[in-house]
Design a protein around this ligand. Structure first.
Ligand SMILES: [Ca+2]
Ligand SMILES: [Ca+2]
Length: 244
């Protein structure tokens, strides 16, 4: 990951990772509880949603949060989430919230009144370490990714505190292939868009009056970097749209 060239002296850059390895549903539920609804307001400014990823690379010579999940949505192509395993990180994952693209649309109302029968999510991915073309090539990019979309029902009290109504529920699963194509643009080296459609279980029509969607991206295979075993994603966002 080092951008700087090593000098005459031999410098050892030791790296180590830590991992939640298997996706832990209980941890995920706690993590969703932590970030859902109005609780977001109570989170510290420098809060990093560590339950939202299986691992992140830590390099001894670098700040501990340098490759954290927060890099996925800082609108900066020079920063990346990097998985923390010493190998290619197959099986490592991140979870991000699905944002509401059509902001004036009340999806819950529209769904319960049958105006929406199918939900559409657009996932945008800026693959690899895009700070420079050199770093992009030296590091891994995600090739096949397993996508899991969760519906998260919650309720908000009069005091403005949100709590889960039930555990997150898988509403869509699909494996897709991310792009490794390099574009000649001044800002981003690579980007790709993926579209998913799904329906909700019938009970959502009556049982839950608030819900959000979260999307999990799991690394299934990689485009190999020429130098490092670090699999990177520079930016990623997911949005609900009324139609594609
Ligand atoms: Ca970034
Ligand atoms: Ca790795």
């Amino acid at each position: 990951m080092k951008k700087t060239v090593l000098g005459l002296l031999f410098v050892v850059i030791s790296t180590f990772g830590y991992s939640q390895s298997k996706f832990n549903e209980n941890d995920f539920v706690n993590a969703i509880n932590e970030v859902v609804g109005f609780k977001k307001q109570h989170l510290a400014k420098d809060f990093i949603w560590k339950k939202g990823r299986s691992s992140a690379l830590v390099e001894k010579s670098e700040p501990v949060n340098k490759y954290e999940i927060s890099n996925l949505h800082d609108e900066n192509c020079c920063t990346s989430w990097v998985e923390g395993k010493s190998d290619d990180g197959i099986g490592e994952w991140v979870v991000i919230p699905v944002e509401n693209w059509d902001e004036n649309l009340n999806y819950v109302y529209e769904y319960s009144h049958n105006n929406i029968k199918q939900f559409n999510v657009v996932l945008e991915v800026w693959n690899g370490y895009q700070e420079t073309l050199d770093l992009y090539k030296k590091n891994n990019r995600v090739k096949d990714a397993k996508i899991t979309i969760y519906a998260v029902p919650f309720c908000t009290s009069m005091e403005g505190v949100s709590e889960l109504e039930a555990n997150p529920e898988v509403v869509h699963e699909e494996t897709v292939q991310f792009s490794d194509e390099i574009f000649d643009t001044p800002i981003y080296l690579n980007s790709s868009t993926h579209k998913f459609s799904f329906t909700l279980p019938e009970k959502y029509k009556t049982q839950y009056y608030e819900y959000e969607f979260y999307i999990k991206v799991e690394i299934m295979s990689v485009y190999k970097g020429t130098k490092y075993n670090d699999t990177c994603i520079s930016e990623m966002n997911a949005k609900l749209v009324k139609s594609f």
